[in-house]
Design a protein around this ligand. Sequence first.
Ligand SMILES: C[S@@+](CC[C@H](N)C(=O)[O-])C[C@H]1O[C@@H](n2cnc3c(N)ncnc32)[C@H](O)[C@@H]1O
Length: 441
Amino acid sequence: MSEQRSTSPLEVGTEVELEITGIAHGGVSVARHEGRVIFVADAIPGERVLARVTDAKKKSFARAAVTRVLDASADRRDHIWAEASVDRDPEERPGGAEFGHIALERQRVLKAEVLVDSMSRFGDIELAAEEDEDFADVLAELVEPADGDDEANGLGYRTRVRLHVDPETGTVGPYAARSRRVIPVESLPLAIEGINQIAPLFEQMGGLQTVDLVAPSADDPRMLLTEVGSKSASGANDLVRELVEDRGFIVRAGGFWQVHREAPAMLFGAVADAVSALAEEGLFDPAAGNLDLYGGVGLLAAAMAEAAGQGLKVTTVEVDEAATDNAAENLSEIVGALAVTAKVDRHLADLLKASAPVRDRLRRGTVVLDPPRSGAGGNVTAQLAELSPQNIVYVACDPVALARDTKSLLDSGYDMLELRAFDIFPHTHHFESVAVFTRGE
Ligand SMILES: C[S@@+](CC[C@H](N)C(=O)[O-])C[C@H]1O[C@@H](n2cnc3c(N)ncnc32)[C@H](O)[C@@H]1O
């Protein structure tokens, strides 16, 4: 494509020179062009770049992708995935490693900035440095790395990868960034070795829609194939074994399990730490009506038990019946554990109608919740506020959703005791947060 450095009006394909001023949620940086905000892919705050406009439909903002770096940040690195380099046409770059051109430590600072900004704008929480502490140090330490990631430069961690099949050519690969075009690639640098060994990157797989690659920690890696027109993948219901420290979990091969090899242990540890800290403050009651909402196969209920002991009473609530069955088995040694298949809002609505003694037990309880990306939302946070459990441990994969739900909880009289964040998706903009709330006096 020929280079057109014209400015207004912005049109798709136009190249513009931009000063990158900050980071936005979603893995893009921020610049301004003649008063209009531009979200720029593949840039780093502080850089001056040439970027091609990729979307100009909205009046208030446009989107662009870097085509040439004019003044590079000291944190710029060769992209960890050769195919995603800025030397390539933006449309030919695979998605899924949108921070792969940034030094790992700076990625974590950018994630911390997004968390701090989200909490300030949507959560009414200003995260500040202590006296004698530099805020830059707070940002550098807020998002905790997973074991082994610094040594491996954040590569080789994914135990689950979804590839797509081009309906015309049968080529297998990831989607391009911001589109549903399949991009052929030579390797999957974020995936663990076992997945790279079985990935059919050089095969034609016409007739298929997706190829899911799964490498459980205590089972053989495998491919789950979904045919065009089918809703389920072959082998998705096979049970595989996962190990977290020395505790075993069964999960369906196609079911939800944290993607980073260390993530289950990290989140297990974070929830167990939170429960232990609450117990030390006299705020945790193992015999109360404790809940693990959006509980999957019971990972976080098991973490509560790790801290509280086998006498824990806890109910996991999960919409997927098969995952609930797995949770029942995974938690079978915890006599007081119950696994329920239900939508969280329906289950909470039922609990709100329960008898006074049951409501009292819930009021003394601790709720762990780990909702999907959209967060718990206003309805569920309002139900929680009405149930009024003593503590809420909120595990979140989206900082903005967490911040919005935080605001609802603070408005309902909860105090935030702790906020941690975990870099369990290196080279992407994603990260996980764990926020601990307790009911105010
Ligand atoms: C982020 S996963 C967490 C799973 C589990 N806590 C873990 O760490 O493995 C979210 C889970 O919520 C379930 N889910 C999604 N929407 C739900 C709803 N409205 N009610 C109950 N469960 C839901 C999904 O099936 C998924 O298992």
